[in-house]
Every structure is written in C-alpha cells, then in structure tokens.
Design a protein around this ligand. Structure first.
Ligand code: ATP
Ligand code: MG
Length: 568
C-alpha cells in the first residue's frame, strides 16, 4: 500500500462532538467517517481492521464447528408478530413498508429469521445439533447512538444460533462458543472478562455471560471478586449474605418528625446526624404499570433488574413526581414503607435486618423515627433488591468485590425453547416423536471491537494497534522522497515485505518528515522503519510503536526484526 494513493484523511483535530478517545482517534487517523448519527463509513484502513476482526471471528467459529450463512436485513413484520416481538421491541426496531404496503423491519437481531429457516429445513434428530452463524449488518434505532462505533444504529455483528436436542447438548455448544469467544477476544488484543449476566425474567433458566472489554468509557459496571473467581455485571451481581442473629432490642413506637424541605439522603443524614445506613430509602416504581415500592438502606441503590425478576415483570420505570404523590399522598422525598397502601412493597433483606430506621412518613415534610421492620411494615417480598457495592463480600466467599467499567463486546445466551416453540422449530426424535429444538444465541459486536481495542491501546500521539488486527504490520517512511537513495531503499524494503506476505504501508508522500511521523503515530502500525540520512549506507531506523526508543540498524536487520522476530 502506497500512502500517496490511499484515502487516509488524517486530521489534526477531532470534530468537537467526538467525546470518546477511540472515537476521536478513529476519526483523526482516517479510519471512519460519520454519515448520520450512529451510521459510519469504514475508510480503507478502518475497513482493513474490520476485515481482520471478521477473519479471526470466522476462523474461531468454524473451528468450533459452526457453519456460516448470510441472512437478509429486511425481515417481514409477520415473522416478528409470530415471535411476539413486533410490538415489544419498541422504537429501536426500524420499521418500513414496501410498495404494496407490506410491513418490514430492518433486523436488529435474527432469532426470528433463523428459527423459521430451521423450522422449514430441519426435520430429523440426525441433523442436530447444528450451529449457524453470520457476519451481517444490524439496525437498531438506539436512543443514544454515541462514541463512534461503540454504539451505532447500523453496525456489524456476528450472530450465531445453536439448535440442539437436549439441555446437555446446549451446555456443550455453549461451552464451545464461550471458549471460542475467549480465543477471539484474546487474539484481537483485548483485556476482557467474561461475566455472569442477567437472563431476565423472560430468559427463564437461561444461563448467560457477557464478554466485557475493560475500559473507563464502558457503559456497564462489572463486579469482580479480589481473586477473580466471581465476575458478574452489576445487574446480576449478588453478595455474600448471612442471616443476622436477631437482637431483639426494644424499639420505642414510631415518632413523627417535622422535616421541612429535607428530602434527600444527604439532607436527612445531616438533619438527624446519622449514617445513611440508618435510613430506609423507599423508591416507587411502575412495573408493567403496577405500582411497586422498594425499600433499601439509605446507603444503597435499588437494583431494578432484581426487582423486575422478583415480580416476573417485563418493564420497570421510576414513578414520576405526580405518580409518587398519588401513591404516597406526599411530595417526592417523603415516601416510607410504613402505612403505604395499594402498593406492592419489596423490602431488601438489609432493611429487614435493621432494628429500626428513619423513613419517610408518606406526608410532605415529615419523616418517621423508630420505624421497625416486621412491626411497622411487612414487605410482600423480602430479598436482595440492591446493587452490590464496592467492598461487599463476594458471594463465593473469595474476598471483597471490586468494580470495573466494561464495554460489552460479546454475549452468549441459553435461550431454550422460547423461539423454537413459537416459530415451530421441531424435529422427530429417534422414536418418531415431535420435539422442540433447544436453542442458544451468541453475539459479537464486530464493529464495536474496533473501538474497544482502540480504547485500550492508545497514547497521547495516537493508536497502538495489536499486531493481529493492525491495518498493516509495518510503516516504511522515507524521510524525504526527493532523495532518490532514500526512496529506492524504502521501495526495496517495501517490495521485500510485500513478497514475504507481510503487509507494509509505504509513506511515499512528498511531505515533511515531521508530518509523516505524526501521521504514523496517529495511525499506529506496530512497527516503523524510517529511511533517512544513512540510506546510502543501507542503514535505517527501527521503532516499535509501543516502545520508546529507536534503533539504528541495517535494512536487512530491520526486515528480520519483523519477518523473523525471534532472531531479532
Ligand atoms: P448493549 O447492552 O450494549 O445495547 P445488547 O445487549 O443490546 O448490547 P446484544 O443484543 O446481545 O447486545 O448484541 C450482541 C452484541 O452486539 C453485543 O454484545 C455488542 O457487542 C453488539 N452491539 C449491540 N448493540 C450495538 C450497537 N448499538 N452498536 C454496536 N454494537 C452493538
Ligand atoms: Mg442494546
């Protein structure tokens, strides 16, 4: 590749609306350009990276026994009605009509298409188990497309679907996919963790793991025990729990206290001069439109996923101010579990274990002291309804929990028969009985990986591509192309690399050396060979993008460093 002929539009400055480091760098290095919010063009260098990631994914999926196919993005709405997801999916689903007024959706995922395909094509147990995958463009009208390729509205995904005859068979495929994912994310150069995730009330018995690339910009919080034996995302994370031995202290009767304008936990803490852990925080929600109150300790956060799962609900939203007033008879900030009627009350086990606490009085500007669980209120459910916190004991007893931010780059999920049942993916077993196929689904955000890798591999001058997915291995830079000796030596090296099957980028532009070096740092190929003043002696300067120093050596030595690194 000769840079003078390539479209690599590097930029000195990133556009002002790019926030994430990876987004800025990918724009500046001339890898991607935005067409519309969350919709991107992959420029030649960016596309090379994308193809390399795809190739790694292909190799590992094939090696795990999966078969590649390609399904359409345009999907009849009818199919989505059959699975029951046409309405449920909401505004993320991009809907359109053809000229005959028939409704379609642009696929955000392909459970419907693949399951109906298998329903039509597979009929015997002999054809199973089977895992099919594709690398294909997905459409999701995300509420907040952002951070470049991290959250797009059109993006590239690898999605795989397995069909098996038993849960044991699903377990095996799931394990094979999990292992393939571990190899894929290792090969692309990511520092990642596989974490337990929540399968959702609908997921039922479905085990599920998310693969998280560790990065501060990540939207997910992951919770890991000190020795790493326990890892989960925050929605799922549990913590160690021991029933406290009941210390039956004498708690005086509840006492109503005037607390005008005191409605946040912080204000209450100051007002009563107590720890937040002595307060009972009561939040009101609508779960599938039914009112629910959740009581957690003042120093805790409600875990909405746990609430949703406990109630078997599908949708949860915080009640707005008007709804809070209607349900509690008080302004926001004065809700409490005692005397709350017409609302399903969920009580976190930590609250239940408090001898007594201070809670809202369900009356504007009033709180109650000495609110005693079991005496003054009874939860319909008592359980774990809070987020884990840093420093909590790990549920497996292995030390304390630590928090990290992560980018979800992959997801493996045991689906069971949810789709095969509805879309008729059945087969005849050995005894001629009709059985429903047991499914798993396995996604990888191919385009998201690019951003995730850059988030983990950059410095103040640009990107540092891991060798396996770098747009090319080596950047050859003649300091001055006007110097015939430099240009010829650079060209000779370039040809030599190319003939050896090593991808090289030759910066043959008639630019100042400083400009070329800046661009080279930005683009971030793993190795750089500068052909400068000593070209006449056949000597060059060799540098690893990730390391500080430069080394002078002969062109032959520089070639060997990259072509046969063990001898270098
Ligand atoms: P997220 O929680 O980030 O929205 P998701 O749970 O919706 O992800 P899945 O439906 O499991 O994601 O999709 C499989 C994979 O596709 C994800 O693990 C992620 O890597 C990728 N992905 C999902 N949404 C996007 C998007 N908007 N842009 C880029 N990649 C995405
Ligand atoms: Mg999503």
């Amino acid at each position: 590749m000769k840079q003078s002929q390539l479209l690599i539009p590097t930029l000195r400055e990133a556009p002002a609306d790019a926030e994430a480091a990876s987004h800025k760098l990918m724009l500046r290095a001339g890898l991607i350009r935005q067409l519309a919010s969350g919709v991107y063009t992959y420029l030649p260098l960016g596309f090379r990276v994308l193809r390399k990631v795809q190739e790694i994914v292909r190799q590992e999926m094939d090696r795990a026994g999966a078969q590649e196919l390609l399904m359409p993005a345009m999907q009849p709405a009818e199919l989505w009605r059959e699975s029951g997801r046409y309405e449920v999916y909401g505004p993320e689903l991009i809907r359109l009509k053809d000229r005959h007024d028939r409704e379609f959706a642009l696929g955000p995922t392909h459970e419907e298409v693949i399951t109906s395909l298998v329903a039509g094509e597979v009929s015997s147990y002999r054809q199973l188990p089977m895992t099919l995958y594709q690398i294909q463009t997905k459409y999701r009208d995300e509420r907040r497309p952002r951070f470049g390729l991290l959250r797009g509205r059109e993006f590239l995904m690898k999605d795989a679907y397995s069909f098996g005859r038993s849960w044991e068979e699903l377990d095996e495929t799931y394990r094979a996919m999990y292992d393939a994912y571990t190899r894929i994310f290792t090969r692309v150069g990511l520092n990642f963790r596989a974490v337990q995730a929540d399968a959702g009330a609908i997921g039922g018995e479905g085990e599920t793991h998310e693969f998280m690339a560790l990065a501060e910009i990540g939207e997910d919080t992951i919770v890991v025990s000190e020795n790493g034996t326990y890892a989960a995302n925050l929605e799922k994370a549990e913590m160690f729990w021991e029933e406290p031995t009941a210390a039956d202290s004498d708690i005086p009767a509840m006492n109503r206290v005037h607390t005008p304008g005191v409605h946040t936990i912080e204000q209450l803490r100051v007002h009563f001069s107590i720890e937040a852990s002595a307060l009972i925080k009561t939040l009101l929600y609508l779960v599938d439109d039914r009112p629910v109150a959740v009581a957690v300790r003042g120093d805790r956060e409600v875990n909405e996923t746990k609430v949703l799962n406990a109630l078997g609900g599908e949708r949860i939203e915080l009640a707005d101010a008007a709804a809070v007033e209607r349900l509690t008879g008080a302004a926001v900030g004065f809700a409490g579990p005692a005397g709350l009627a017409g609302v399903t009350l969920l009580v976190d086990r930590e609250v239940q274990a408090m001898p007594a606490g201070i809670a809202g009085a369900n009356e504007t500007d009033y709180h109650m002291e000495n609110v005693k669980p079991g005496r003054d209120f009874t939860g319909e459910r008592i359980g774990d309804f809070r987020n884990a916190a840093e420093g909590d004991r790990s549920p497996d007893g292995s030390g304390l929990l630590q928090f990290y931010r992560g980018i979800e780059v992959g997801h493996v999920f045991k689906l069971g028969t949810k789709y095969s049942e509805k879309l008729g993916a059945k087969y005849l077993d050995e005894g001629g009985r009709r059985q429903t196929a047991i499914m798993g689904c396995y996604g990888i955000g191919i385009s998201r990986i690019l951003s995730a890798v850059v988030e983990q591999h950059y410095d103040e001058n640009g990107i540092l591509w891991p060798i396996e997915i770098a747009p090319a291995a080596v950047h050859i830079i003649p300091a001055s192309v006007k110097d015939e000796g430099q240009l010829q030596l650079a060209l000779a090296l370039y040809r030599r690399f190319t003939e050896a099957g090593i991808e090289a980028l030759l910066d043959d532009r008639d630019e100042r050396a400083g400009v070329k070096f800046k661009d080279a740092d930005l683009i971030g190929l793993p190795y750089r060979i500068v052909v400068g003043r000593e070209a006449a002696e056949g000597r060059v300067e060799f540098k690893s993008r990730a390391l500080e120093g430069k080394e002078a050596m002969t062109a032959d030595e520089a070639f060997d460093r990259i072509a046969a690194p063990s001898q270098g």
